[in-house]
Design a protein around this ligand. Structure first.
Ligand SMILES: C[S@@+](CC[C@H](N)C(=O)[O-])C[C@H]1O[C@@H](n2cnc3c(N)ncnc32)[C@H](O)[C@@H]1O
Length: 221
């Protein structure tokens, strides 16, 4: 039996994804006044991400169930003990990753989110899932919150905040990534600079697109 597939986490994730489905029309409504060009521009902006996510502050915007399962499997299979996450939101991806840490025998997950109301929701969900003891949520912009006090070595990094900042966040944690560390970047298509970097063995990575919209990369030793 695993933490992921048993109570309290399994029914909690079921309930959270049901809620995500009911909120889906509100997600579309929150950005309905933006043209698709404007949406793309905002997704790729290194300065206007705060405005974009303020519009979306009541919405969970989680990874898909499939990506969640992938995160659990990657963290569990690699025996991860230290995980860093950029973009907590309601903590759905955090629950998958923390479940893997629990099943690996424990560990530390540092995650970060700048919307305080989302942090409150994430804390509630982690408590309900019985995983809050493994997770440190840093409240604020990841450019500051991940700039210091990181674990000495990082086994797995999830990038799921403002897409345009993926290269900057990678630079903040890069020196801590252990050889073989895995990096999962959701919706990385919106960050061409990031993709160019992790697809370069000269830059120290192996990388491949994986499933829909996910880039899976590995730090070379
Ligand atoms: C796609 S959602 C994350 C979903 C979450 N990983 C999950 O699967 O449940 C992106 C989140 O990142 C947050 N965010 C975006 N840019 C950020 C930044 N620079 N620092 C901290 N949080 C940020 C947004 O407020 C939003 O809640």
């Amino acid at each position: 039996m695993t933490t992921l597939t048993t109570a309290p986490l399994a029914p909690l994730l079921e309930r959270l994804f049901e809620e995500v489905a009911t909120l889906s029309p509100r997600t579309s409504a929150a950005i309905a006044d933006l043209s698709s060009e404007e949406r793309t521009r905002l997704m790729r902006s290194k300065t206007e991400y705060i405005d974009l996510y303020a519009r979306l502050k009541d919405l969970p915007l989680p990874v898909s169930r499939e990506t969640g399962t992938l995160l659990y499997m990657l963290a569990r299979n690699s025996g991860a003990r230290t995980v860093v996450e950029f973009g907590t939101s309601f903590g759905i991806s955090t629950l998958y990753l923390a479940a893997a840490l629990r099943d690996n025998g424990g560990g530390r997950l540092v995650t970060t989110e700048f919307e305080p109301s989302k942090v409150a929701r994430a804390r509630e969900n982690l408590k309900a899932g019985g995983l809050d003891d493994l997770v440190e949520i840093r409240v604020g912009d990841a450019l500051q919150t991940l700039a210091a006090d990181l674990p000495d070595t990082i086994d797995l990094l999830l990038l799921d905040g403002a897409k345009a900042l993926y290269p900057e966040i990678l630079s903040l944690v890069e020196s801590r990534l252990r050889p073989g560390a895995l990096i999962v970047a959701d919706n990385a298509d919106h960050s061409p600079d990031y993709l160019a970097r992790v697809r370069s063995t000269a830059a120290g990575y192996l990388s491949t697109p994986f499933a829909e919209d996910v880039e899976l990369s590995m730090r070379l030793g």
